[in-house]
Design a protein around this ligand. Structure first.
Ligand code: NAG
Ligand code: NAG
Ligand code: NAG
Ligand code: NAG
Ligand code: NAG
Ligand code: NAG
Length: 461
């Protein structure tokens, strides 16, 4: 167990009840115990480590609602690396290591044949985030011939840098890697912002300026498109823009993870540059934008809400996990950009307390729902568990678990050429698409149309 390195003075006395257990944010033992319960319940959805099952994937394929896309499994393993760091509990480390290595694919760049025909830049990025979490935490390497954690992230970078597309919109990357996929026309924030975060974290870990230059190029491109806009003094980061009209308009949807990935990348760039004022201003702008939208004053102003789908209770399984990423990425920002620490911790602590108090659902009486600002909302799933786990753990972030770099004790071995001889053709051709996959692609198509129609009619302000 790690000693607590800070006291949440303004929140002294904040207690939350989880099925009769009390979460006391002042007590590491209490955080550990509640986190352990939530992680256990999250892992009841995972059977990939059992005989005859496929390591690294959650129940699917996604023709029904009781399924999870490949990317969310990748994200879940990252949340368990964070869990280990926050609590010292290594119960899941071997399961996580097995899963992260099993899904690397033949080119060791997270484009495995079972997934490649649906591959999005964002899907791959989430697996890269998890191996970066591993590298930055000195999570035990798999050993033997297995690629190092940081080399896996470098291989994803080497794959994605070939996807830069100047032919439309002056640059950026398309959401989908392959042109036969619905959504290939879109350039979206989580893909481009995911690649931005990946480059910034590789610059920070390896010290290699090439990655930093890439991150600058990506940020500058995004900031010059309608994905970024300022209204009433607040930064808005919208979801996607369309190559079919050369990115001249934008879908007006705002999601926590889009702000989170831009925040995380900017925080790493600030720290990597030794405190560049431009990056600090960007961190502050993105944080202000997130505070403005995702911490509604009607719930006290400090409780995170995915406001676009929680009130109407129509979040899908992807969206039900997004607050996990903003929580984790705000916590890391608080460490890398010390001036943000106080405001971030106030929001994470209130959100953690709120998240814990609504974990009272399901047959075991302690499953978490999505609405942290209310009592249990009747929903449960991997995302709901991951969100609560991530925000509660995030309140324990401290300098001792700051992301390591190769020059501050990180031992994962860099390989700048990892995966670089991979080609970007899908390993499975479209002609092999099955009925089940077509249903999956249909979901994507409906989503894409919905976003664009929604984008033209839906405005926040
Ligand atoms: C699979 O992992 C779970 C923890 O999530 C553990 O309880 C179980 O024993 C593991 N099963 C096998 C076969 O390793
Ligand atoms: C790909 O799918 C096949 C069939 O389900 C399975 O046997 C194999 O282990 C999967 N590979 C990966 C990397 O998921
Ligand atoms: C598309 O947008 C880019 C970036 O704004 C611009 O440089 C380019 O001229 C535009 N192309 C067309 C055909 O309008
Ligand atoms: C970078 O992050 C470290 C924490 O690992 C922190 O001590 C340091 O002050 C940060 N650098 C700057 C310039 O703020
Ligand atoms: C800080 O970063 C910005 C954005 O990349 C760059 O334009 C500027 O030159 C940097 N400032 C210094 C002093 O290096
Ligand atoms: C830095 O990264 C670039 C891009 O991957 C690579 O070509 C170069 O060899 C790396 N430099 C060092 C010193 O590792």
């Amino acid at each position: 167990m790690k000693p607590r390195s800070f006291i949440l003075a303004p929140l002294a006395g904040v207690l939350s009840v989880v099925n009769g257990l009390t979460l006391d944010l002042q007590s590491q033992a209490s955080v550990n115990s509640i986190s352990s319960t939530i992680a256990y319940d999250m892992m009841t959805y995972y059977s990939g480590n059992q005989t005859g099952q496929v390591p690294g994937i959650l129940p699917g394929p996604c023709a029904s609602t009781a399924c999870y896309y490949w990317w969310e499994a990748g994200a879940m393993f990252g949340s368990l690396i964070n869990y280990w760091q926050y609590t010292g509990d290594d119960s899941y480390n071997s399961v996580v290591s097995q899963a992260l290595q099993f899904q690397v694919g033949p080119d060791q760049n997270y484009n495995p044949p079972n997934q490649s025909k649906n591959m999005g830049v964002d899907d791959q990025a989430f697996w890269a985030f998890s191996v970066l979490d591993a590298a930055e935490a000195n999570f035990p390497e798999a050993g033997g011939d297995a690629p190092s954690w940081v080399a896996l992230a470098q291989a994803v970078f080497n794959f994605q840098k070939e996807l830069w597309d100047d032919a439309t919109c002056g640059g950026g990357m398309r959401w989908q890697v392959y042109s036969f996929n619905a959504g290939y026309n879109l350039k979206n924030t989580i893909s481009n912002g995911g690649n931005f975060q990946l480059a910034a974290r590789l610059a920070y870990y390896t010290g290699n300026q090439t990655y930093a230059d890439w991150a600058v190029q990506m940020y500058d491109w995004m900031a010059g498109t309608p994905l970024f806009s300022t209204q009433n003094g607040h930064l808005y980061i919208w979801d996607n823009t369309d190559t079919d009209n050369n990115c001249s308009d934008v879908a007006h949807f705002a999601w926590t993870y889009n702000y989170g990935t831009m925040l995380m990348g900017a925080a790493y760039m600030y720290n990597y540059t030794g405190g560049n004022a431009t990056w600090e201003a960007r961190v502050e702008q993105i944080l202000d934008g997130a505070y403005n939208l995702f911490f509604p004053s009607e719930y006290g102003g400090n409780i995170m809400s995915e406001f676009q789908c929680e009130p109407a209770s129509n979040c899908n399984n992807d969206q039900s996990s997004f607050k996990a990423y903003l929580s984790r990425w705000m916590a890391v920002t608080a460490i890398l950009v010390p001036s943000t620490y106080d405001s971030i911790m106030a929001k994470l602590s209130a959100s953690a307390a709120a998240a814990a108090q609504q974990c009272t659902g399901g047959t075991n009486g302690r499953m978490c729902g999505r609405r942290w600002y209310a009592s249990w909302d009747g929903t449960s799933g991997v995302g709901q568990q991951m969100q609560a786990l991530s925000v509660i753990g995030a309140t324990t972030i401290n300098a001792a678990i700051a992301p390591k770099t190769a020059s501050t004790g990180g031992t994962s071995k860099s390989d700048p050429n990892a995966g670089s001889d991979a080609n970007t053709s899908p390993t499975t051709t479209p002609s092999a698409i099955t009925t089940g996959d077509r249903a999956g692609a249909g979901v994507l198509t409906v989503l894409a149309i919905f976003l664009v129609i929604g984008g033209s009619i839906w405005m926040i302000v």
